[in-house]
Design a protein around this ligand. Sequence first.
Ligand code: APR
Ligand code: PHB
Length: 389
Amino acid sequence: MRAQVAIIGAGPAGLLLGQLLYKAGIDAVILEQRTPDYVLGRIRAGVLEQGTVDILDLAGVSERLHAHALIHEGVEIGAGGQRHRIALKELVGKVVTVYGQTEVTRDLMDARAACGAPSIYEAESVELHDITSAHPSVTFVHKGVKQRLECDFIAGCDGYYGVSRRSIPPEALSLFERTYPFGWLGVLADVPPAWDELIYADSERGFALASMRSETRVRCYVQCSLDDKVEEWSDDRFWAEFKRRVGEDVAARMTIGPSLEKSIAPLRSFVAEPMRYGQLFLAGDAAHIVPPTGAKGLNLAASDVFYLHEALTGYYKGDSRVALDHYSGRALRRVWQAVRFSWWMTSLLHRFPGEDPFTSRIRVAELEYLFSSEAAQRKLAENYVGLPL
Ligand code: APR
Ligand code: PHB
């Protein structure tokens, strides 16, 4: 087999790149180790920056999004038993779009199927070869048969646990990491949200987030211990804990229902530099992870892919390789801004086990400053809606 670009991974990054390249007349094959149903079954975040919506528009996959997504002009921060609205639109003139990553993925899968571009699911034992030569290739086993895909470039869109980053010699990468001593327990349920905008709540019992997927479906989280097991959290226990953290008024008016999905995710910040090695380009979670507090994971995957598609399109149009050479630096500048913001939001809104009194006071002072200063609110808003691409 031969393609101009081999894309490893059919998460949002790989699928979006595939669609943008298809539109540009560049042929790509996507290799994914799981089944489509497995990929769609992963419940992830649901807040899109305007820049991400623009990229989905460019890829021609936003019809359902524009019909069904919710537009939010603000976001609420709870602390000290009170809630404060950050008026995103008033402060920075931009809004966020609430639309689940599962839906984004489904729209991208449908578009790819409709245009007939090749995706190979259940591709096992994916291996990258001759990455630093002009003729790299990828081998894999599909339905028991070993195959080779020859290509000009490889896009490593295979997430944190993928094979692409691991194919780069360790001495060629610098890794930056921060783990946080807690996780998020998330529940998806078919009940109408008792909140109009997302609520990020700090409480004595730890953080909680009230989010939504539609007018009839909520996504809620509570900060939990890394030792917690999902089985220990019955729906009743989850909702009782969520209510104690989110604020009394919200708790009093909310409806609860059985969980459709429940999972625990540890929080971490991670960056691998550079995002390129030879003909291999990393994008999305393969190169970086942010804690979900700033809702940046999917948005960063989209901006990486946008830069990469521009660089590849430029190359095939006959421009030089300059844009390819600038890809990593350009993407990383944006990545570090999101890493900084997600780390700040996480530190501001979570109780760290064993937190020392000085750190606690600084956190409270930072919250008070946020609630009393328009400049501080504008800073949060500017970052939350997304810095320019
Ligand atoms: N071979 C082929 N495919 C692989 C391999 C492999 N060795 N390893 C992983 N994959 C696939 C995974 O099964 C997954 O479908 O790569 C895909 C990576 O998708 P994601 O993990 O969703 O990563 P990405 O597309 O970068 O999306 C980033 O997802 O985790 C969230 O917060 C993150 O919202 C962000 C988004
Ligand atoms: C979600 O809806 O799942 C969600 C929203 C905002 C976040 C994280 C997750 O910051």
